[in-house]
Design a protein around this ligand. Sequence first.
Ligand code: MIC
Ligand code: SF4
Length: 755
Amino acid sequence: MAFDLDMIKKVYDRYSTRVAAARKATGKHLTLTEKILYAHLSEGDAKQAFARGVDYVDFAPDRVAMQDATAQMALLQFMQAGRPQVAVPSTVHCDHLIQAKIGADTDLSTAKDVNKEVYDFLASVSDKYGIGFWKPGAGIIHQVVLENYAFPGGMMIGTDSHTPNAGGLGMVAIGVGGADACDVMAGLPWELKFPKLIGVKLTGKLSGWASAKDVILVVAGILTVKGGTGAIVEYFGEGAQSLSATGKGTICNMGAEIGATTSIFGYDTKSEAYLRGTERADIADLANAVKEHLTGDPEVYANPEQYFDQVIEINLSELEPHVNGPFTPDLAWPISKFATAVKENNWPVKLEVGLIGSCTNSSYEDITRAASIAEQAVTKNLKAAAEFTVTPGSELVRYTVERDGYLGTFENMGGVVLANACGPCIGQWARHTDDPTRKNSIITSFNRNFAKRQDGNPNTHAFVASPEIVTAFAIAGDLTFNPLTDTLTNTAGEQVKLDEPKGIELPIKGFAVEDAGYQAPAEDGSKVEVKVDPKSSRLQLLEPFKAWEGTDITGLKLLIKAKGKCTTDHISMAGPWLKFRGHLDNISNNMLIGAINYFNNTADSVKNELTGEYGPVPATQRDYKAHGIGTIVVGDENYGEGSSREHAAMEPRHLGVRAILVKSFARIHETNLKKQGMLGITFANSADYDKIQEDDTFDILGLTTFTPGKPLTVVLHHKDGSQESFAVNHTYNEQQIEWFKAGGALNIIRRQMAS
Ligand code: MIC
Ligand code: SF4
């Protein structure tokens, strides 16, 4: 699993020249974000980008990471690119497809059985093209990347929205769709709109129950799920330097929930300690030699308002633990106000399950802090009132915390240790409940809590907090309990109070592991054969999408006008559907089944204009497709929020939807649509959303002169014969317009590789 020291040296060598050139070109001091971005510009773009005058810039990332649920589509696309090997170091991580049901061992062996075909496919593609393969059970992508591959000042893209986790170790790490990963693995530059910069100044120092998680819970409350769109969030200040590297990782990880492109911390003594603690002393030495480039200039941090587009200040000494939710990660409640909120909103007071772990919060420090609470359940004769589960982030952490006795502590409190995988976080959870129609509450140390996400049940109210707060709530079994001030009645009838959590940043005896779960690729992969059974229900080779017909698109029917939140979980649900992530036609049967139809307030029920009947979205769309009729999807704000899964863009493309017209898009989803040759447009005037009627027919005009920055026109033909038209905006640049015309970016790569 050797990290590529030579590659890191080369990156660091570039720093001094690039940073000096950028200083000269801009005539100003630089943030850390700018230094890293400038050091990773593709050669051609370096000069003009320093001026930040250009919108889209080409970058050359150092690494690619993919998780199993998105890697299938990324690699199916890469296989079509016609390259013998990946152009940059890349890894695949098997973490999403393991269902949590009984406990780690049983669940893992069931997963290996059930997903054999997919794991074999991923392993053989990795072997063939020179990709490192992390087997099922090795851990969750972001934790494994932090422990093995992240390095200060590097740039990585990953096919998962929580890729920014590596920002905790000073890497610009960005979540993308599989098509973007495919480009970078094929050696092409990777394009990104030059981000805005948000600075978060952390002062003071954490104490008591407050943890790094609370920083991001607060930031999510301030910025909301849209507030980070198009921005990189840079954390700095003495408070930042006091946080452990893994705590920083937690903050960057959940930065995905504010829509940020990524989040980042500078290199400091905590990063150095983590690198040395994870057996990467040579990287720490290299980083020390270029230290001044791996953090923002002191002048920037002294006067942040002059250098960032927005500055937020948080005093860690005054930070209160928070609980966010339900149904959205930006509904932030300080713990002192939470009980009242629960009562006032009539949320179910009884807590049924507490879940800790996930890629967000499963470091050694997190586990030891949570265990220090769990231990008190036993020593203070408290019986945990709720169910409790632990999902370790990696085998390295799991093995070490087991050795040090912490897993035993959780088990003594009645906890169940699940496999090192995503499990309940992504709905891979066979939750046993007696009555799914009952309104109920759960609390997790994960990052997302959209409706139905964890257990598929719309009645579940999911809240997000730090692992120690989750553990305390699991003991109390009551959401109106405040562990900082309240007492609990123990089995002897006494009133007892929980002591503050205590944690250990890095294991005193060092990390240990027997088998971390890594499999290196073949030296020469040319002989490796990748097999896909044409009859498989889980894997399907891709057919190229059709090119644009060269005219305006007219006569479209409305497939659905989605109302309110429409995340990637609404567009392409995970949980039970994860098994079809490598089979485009089969997974398309979940297309938009979670979206709420504006006209009847119901999910998965839309009017088929051909029959006048209401039916499920996928079946209705298949009917239009069979009749050669194109359709349009209309949506609200921040459409496509959440995951990086490109299935949410490929399914409509595959089933014949021609355009997605919304008030605004989430970044990754918008790019995914463009990559797949789909038209993604926004209302110039968002009130025009109200003009859309159920029986409308749509024309999209202006495509024959499709130009960057020039609005298109949508014409509505209403049922009563009247007609209305309005302007719609787009963000396509020249290159992206070519993707649209070719029917998808892959069609262009395929052409280039063939010539
Ligand atoms: C998630 O947290 O939603 C996921 C599952 O990790 C996704 C990726 C996916 O849908 O496969 C993400 O965040 O990108
Ligand atoms: Fe897995 Fe959840 Fe992390 Fe996504 S957020 S990578 S599903 S643990």
